[in-house]
Ligand binder design. Structure first.
Ligand SMILES: [Zn+2]
Length: 90
C-alpha cells in the first residue's frame, strides 16, 4: 500500500523546515540536508512516520538538520571515536 504522495511529502517537508530550519547546524549550507537523529537512531523512521508522529518527533528535540557532508562526519565520529552528539557539539 502506498500512503505517500507528493502533497503528503511536501507537507512533511514543510513541517520539518518549520521545526528544524533549513540550514546545516554546523556549516549552514542549505543543500543536500539530512535529518540527523542526535542519538544515532535510524533516520528512516522519520520518513515513515505519519503526520502526528512526525510532529511529536520534531517536538522532542532529538533531530537536527545537517548537510550530507557534516552528517557523514558526525556518524564517523560516533562510530569510530564513540562520541555522542553532546561530545561532538562541545
Ligand atoms: Zn554541513
Amino acid at each position: 500500500m502506498k500512503t505517500t504522495n507528493g502533497k503528503y511529502r511536501a507537507k512533511k517537508k514543510q513541517m520539518i523546515a518549520s521545526a528544524l530550519g533549513v540550514e546545516c547546524y554546523f556549516c549552514h549550507r542549505t543543500e543536500n540536508q539530512r535529518i540527523h537523529n542526535k542519538w544515532g537512531m535510524r533516520h528512516l523512521e522519520l520518513a515513515d512516520m505519519n503526520l502526528s508522529n512526525l510532529k511529536n518527533a520534531l517536538a522532542s528535540d532529538d533531530f537536527i538538520i545537517l548537510c550530507a557532508r557534516c552528517h557523514g562526519c558526525v556518524h564517523w565520529c560516533m562510530k569510530y571515536l564513540k562520541m555522542s552528539w553532546v561530545d561532538i557539539i562541545e
